[in-house]
Each structure stands twice: as structure tokens, then as C-alpha cells.
Design a protein around this ligand. Structure first.
Ligand code: ZN
Length: 194
């Protein structure tokens, strides 16, 4: 992983780490110990696609996460978890899945530094971009001119352009960058969409 990160370190601004627990989403990925061993000076956003983020945020903060993003759809006490993330010295993020409306997170916005709009169903890489994410970004941007709004899923040079037009300020891309022949050019293509 560190070799892969080194290949994009000079060009990217953030490392976005998808954490899956095999419960909130079917897949299982990495946890805080792996994040701790990542060698990078980039901003690290841990996207916790897990059912019980309250049990994990302290470990991720200690492991060096700069931002911790949790999901609005969990059963836990989301406002309390978001406050705790900030108390741990991290930026707090809230993410919504494709079927979750923006209205469900309105009251959480004062507690967060970023909103992550999922443009695919979370759990697997390489899925096709869902258009339904764009009106959500537009709605968030119209009401929150200064909010950091990230989009995650199916991002490539073409979908990035539409996401930025809708108001996205952070583009999360996995397959488009890591499966391209030239990662520097792939990242440049995304940057040129703004
Ligand atoms: Zn993600």
C-alpha cells in the first residue's frame, strides 16, 4: 500500500481510506492498525462504512486520521459520535448512501466539517456513477456555500466535471486513478474538471 501511495503522493491532496466491517457493508477492508502504518504526508480521511463507529473512532484518531467520516444510516447516536470525533482533534464528516436524502442530515451540518455524498452503493469498487447524487450535491451547495462536499463512487474525468459543476469540492477516486496507465495524468484530469 505504501508503494501505491508513493505513486500518487506528489499529485493528490488526500488519501481516502475506505473502512468496511463486513456488516454495514458486505466487504471487509482495513482497520486502524493499517492506517497507522501508512507513510504519507497527505491529509488522511477515514471513511468508516461500519455499524459501530463509536467503538473505532479513538483508534483511528490515534492512528493519525485527519478526518473521520461516519454514516448517517447507522443506529448509533450520530451527533454524539460527531462531537467526539472533533474532541479527538479530527475533522468530522458525515456520509450518506445513494438512497438517503439530504434532509436527513440537515441538523447535523453544524457538527461536521465535511459531507461525503456516495454516488455508488458503498461496499465495492469499480461501480458505475449514480446520477441521483448530483441534485443532492446541488442542494447541499446552495444552502452551504462554504461546506466541504466530497463525492465518492464512480468518479472519472467525465463524472468529475458534473460533480464539480453541481458543487463538489472534493473528488474521491479509486479505480480511475489506480487502474489508469498514468496516475499523474488521471489526477490532472480530475483537477481540470474544476
Ligand atoms: Zn469512501
Amino acid at each position: 500500500m505504501n508503494e501505491e501511495i508513493a505513486s500518487i503522493e506528489p499529485f493528490a491532496e488526500w488519501i481516502h481510506i475506505d473502512v468496511m466491517d463486513g456488516h454495514f457493508v458486505p466487504n471487509l477492508t482495513i482497520g486502524a492498525p493499517v492506517l497507522k502504518d501508512l507513510k504519507t504526508n497527505l491529509f488522511k480521511d477515514a471513511h468508516l462504512m461500519v455499524s459501530n463507529p463509536e467503538d473505532l473512532i479513538e483508534d483511528f484518531a490515534k492512528a493519525g486520521a485527519d478526518a473521520i467520516t461516519i454514516h448517517a444510516e447507522i443506529d448509533g447516536d450520530v451527533p454524539t459520535i460527531l462531537k467526539k470525533i472533533r474532541e479527538l482533534g479530527c475533522q468530522a464528516g458525515i456520509s450518506i448512501k445513494p438512497k438517503t436524502e439530504v434532509s436527513t442530515i440537515k441538523e447535523l451540518l453544524p457538527l461536521v466539517d465535511l459531507v461525503l455524498v456516495m454516488s455508488v452503493e458503498p461496499g465495492f469498487g469499480g461501480q458505475e456513477f449514480m446520477e441521483s447524487s448530483l441534485p443532492k450535491i446541488r442542494e447541499l451547495r446552495e444552502q452551504n456555500p462554504d461546506l466541504e462536499i466530497a463525492i465518492d463512487g464512480g468518479i472519472n474525468a467525465e463524472t468529475a466535471k458534473r460533480a464539480v459543476e453541481a458543487g463538489a469540492s472534493v473528488l474521491v477516486a479509486g479505480s480511475y486513478i489506480f487502474r489508469s496507465d498514468d496516475r499523474e495524468i488521471a489526477i490532472q484530469n480530475l483537477r481540470n474538471s474544476s
